[in-house]
Design a binder for this molecule. Structure first.
Ligand code: GLN
Length: 203
């Protein structure tokens, strides 16, 4: 499996390392050509306003939007989750998102006094006990549409959700020494099979 990891800003190297440890081939995503022949994409954390601007500057926003619209599987973490969301609350007015998953996310939702924290998450469908999740100026999911599965929550607020081929996490799974969430994503991509429509659109 070939996975493109957005590498304009933020922590792409640790995501690539996790995916490679699980046997996937990875490609840093910097130009539209880096999307050729990939089976999935990962959007790491960072600063969603900056990433949104850089996606446009690099001519990547529209090509990535087209691939996502055609069903390319995606895993967005923290700022990456914000970029995949249908609606962004407390965003900058010029900040764009792909609307690839029917959720509304609020940026920096856990408040200043808890800028960063770790939480042991019980994740639906994940064997081997709680997942040690690292949250850094994390967003939260304030609304999840009827077709969205909530796989984990903190204090009743969803922080890990999936809809079809799109998985989003409010935290940074690449910072935990635990590959289970990346494996969950890759297994899900495999179970979906090849995305024929999206290969056709890419031509
Ligand atoms: N607060 C950041 C944003 O709004 C996300 C933080 C992160 O990715 N760790 O984009």
């Amino acid at each position: 499996m070939r996975v493109s990891v957005l590498a304009l800003q933020g922590a792409s190297a640790l995501h690539e390392a996790a995916l490679r440890a699980l046997g996937a081939e990875t490609v840093p995503l910097r130009t539209p050509g880096d999307l050729d022949d990939v089976d999935a994409v990962v959007l790491p954390g960072g600063e969603s306003t900056t990433i949104s601007m850089m996606l446009e500057r690099n001519g990547l926003f529209e090509p990535l939007a087209a691939r996502l619209g055609a069903g390319l599987p995606a895993f967005g973490t923290c700022a990456g989750m914000i970029l995949l969301a249908d609606e962004v609350l407390d965003g900058r007015p010029d900040q764009r998102s792909f609307a690839a998953i029917d959720v509304a996310v609020r940026r920096n939702a856990f408040g200043r006094q808890v800028d960063s924290f770790e939480a042991d998450l019980r994740i639906e469908g994940l064997d081997g006990g709680d997942f040690p999740a690292v949250f850094i100026r994390a967003p939260v999911i304030e609304r999840a549409g009827p077709d969205v599965e909530v796989l984990a929550a903190v204090d009743g607020r969803p922080v890990l959700c999936r809809q079809g081929p799109v998985l989003v996490a409010a935290f940074h799974p690449e910072l935990s020494d635990d590959l289970r969430l990346h494996r969950l994503f890759l297994d899900h991509v495999t179970s979906l099979g090849p995305v024929l429509a999206d290969r056709a659109t890419a031509d």
